[in-house]
Design a protein around this ligand. Structure first.
Ligand SMILES: Cc1ncc(COP(=O)(O)O)c(C=O)c1O
Length: 479
């Protein structure tokens, strides 16, 4: 793939042989890579950074400086070779769309916790929504039996048929296999739906606290996230009246996550009906709704899961997303699906056909096998949910989303003041070596999220460490 200089920012003539040599050096050949020192990052006196890489072919240097404020960075790269001393300027500006997107904070915390664990620190990781149970063995048979080739873009007919069966039996929603799109995880399904449905400037309505990726997915589609706050006193459930007051001509999608990550709240069917009634107006605007039901199986007695699309007025404007990561502990298999009216599913499929093609054949075989084990995932899933219930009872939801704000503005010697969820999580990671996710990533800075994905013994240890770290926090101004 070649990146061309933007006409407005490139100011030098490019000597063809120099450019060819430079690009060869950046891609590197294994022999060069193994004998040359790694990239070197240096600060230079004017505050800019300089990155240099030398190879047997030439030396290559990239210089970065802020030109217009901190937003617009231009980097110039000068390549010199024996062939020519001409300088070329590489324009490394990125797409505004990508610049507007924040990286996933949950993934950042995961990386940070893994790095600390690899450095030998006894970090307890309560940061990821990743069940700690064994994954199904059916994938191994799939490899042995040679299911290792491309599948249809939408997924194998076997799996899509099994998904239709599951949705009918367990969720009361009727689909045919051509209304199902299997993707590399539910995450891809949601992004493709947002890309397929939203036009630039459309609004994606997202109740907060929200799963970290929704607003960023809206931005990737050049749409605007419109955040709808909810209250802890109302169990973090969306108020239908608030929804109605926020609807504009630009409203295109409402993303509802039930059971919700991070709050664990489950939308009762009565409330869904009220939301559907309010939202009916949008039927005119043809506003589909995205229903993320990834956690439907991890639910405890009294709460019951209702699929939005099972409400008769909602079927033709709901895109239901679900997956295998959470219920079947298949996070690494990367398999999810979207179900909805054929018109939308075909549009999402078009995006996928130019993006990743069909999901892994092996994962699809394994997923089809998990759907065969029985209603709601059979015994394996009920054993897992039972263990989660015990842990939830010990800690006081799959994800606990706790109000931590009373600990803000406190300090302990050697650490910065805990000014919000981010600095509090950093404090707990540094002091207690427990990795948690700051609530600001989910749109609520007063809370932090604890995933109870570890054994009871480990959770007990984590609670002791957190308590100890909190006890030593003192007000910054003595009272
Ligand atoms: C609410 C929600 N939706 C979707 C996903 C993505 O799941 P998958 O692993 O299937 O991509 C996650 C993962 O954490 C999630 O929490």
């Amino acid at each position: 793939m070649a990146i061309f200089n933007h006409p407005k920012t490139s100011s030098h003539h490019i000597n063809k042989s120099t450019a060819a040599a430079a690009s060869y050096s950046l891609q590197g050949s294994s022999s060069i890579a193994s004998t040359q020192p790694p990239l070197k990052l240096q600060s230079v006196s004017n505050g800019s950074k300089s990155l240099s890489l030398s190879s047997q072919l030439q030396s290559f240097s990239v210089k970065s400086s802020c030109t217009r404020g901190t937003h617009l960075r231009r980097v110039s790269a000068a390549a010199s070779t024996d062939i020519s001393s001409d300088a070329i300027e590489v324009d490394i500006t990125l797409s505004p769309r990508v610049n507007s997107v924040k990286p996933s904070k949950t993934l950042t915390v995961i990386d940070q916790a893994i790095a600390l664990a690899e450095a030998g620190l006894p970090v307890i990781r309560l940061n990821a929504g990743e069940p700690d149970f064994d994954t199904p063995a059916a994938g191994i048979n799939a490899i042995r039996e040679g299911y290792t080739r491309y599948t249809p873009n939408a997924g194998t007919l076997e799996l899509r048929t099994a998904i239709c069966h599951k949705l009918k039996e367990e969720n009361g929603i009727s689909y045919t296999p051509d209304q199902i799109l299997v993707s590399n995880g539910a995450k891809q399904g949601i992004l493709q739906a947002v890309l397929a449905v939203c036009s630039p400037g459309d609004e994606v309505l997202i109740p907060a606290p929200f799963w970290v990726s929704y607003p960023e997915m809206a931005r990737l589609a050049d749409a605007n996230p419109a955040i709808l706050p909810t209250r802890i006193s109302e169990n973090f459930l969306l108020d239908p009246q608030l929804l109605e007051s926020k609807l504009t001509e630009k409203s295109r999608l409402l993303i509802l996550c039930s059971p919700c990550n991070p709050t664990g709240s489950v939308y009762p069917s009565k409330l869904l009906e009220q939301i559907a009634a309010r939202h009916c107006r949008l039927l005119v605007d043809f506003c589909p709704r995205l229903s993320d039901e990834n956690y439907e199986r991890i639910i405890y007695a009294l709460a019951t899961h209702t699929s939005f699309a099972s409400l008769s007025v909602m079927w033709d404007r709901t895109l239901t997303v679900n997956g295998f990561s959470k219920a079947f502990t298949m996070t690494g298999w990367r398999l999810g699906y979207l179900a909805g009216p054929k018109h939308f599913v075909a549009a999402c499929g078009k995006v996928q056909s130019q993006f990743t093609s069909g999901a892994s054949s092996i994962s699809q075989k394994a997923a089809a096998a998990t759907l065969e084990v029985g209603y709601a995932g059979g015994e394996a899933v009920s054993t897992m949910v039972k263990a989660f219930r015990e842990r939830r009872n010990f800690l006081g939801r799959f994800h606990l989303f706790l109000d931590f704000s009373s600990y803000y503005g406190l300090k302990v010697e050697g650490f910065a003041v805990t000014s919000g969820s981010e600095s509090s999580c950093q404090y707990l990671l540094d002091k207690a070596q427990v990795a948690l996710v700051p609530g600001d990533a989910f749109g609520d800075d007063s809370c932090i999220r604890i995933s109870y994905v570890e054994s009871l013994t480990t959770l007990q240890e984590a609670v002791e460490r957190i308590k100890e770290a909190l006890v030593s926090l003192k007000p910054t101004v003595p009272v």
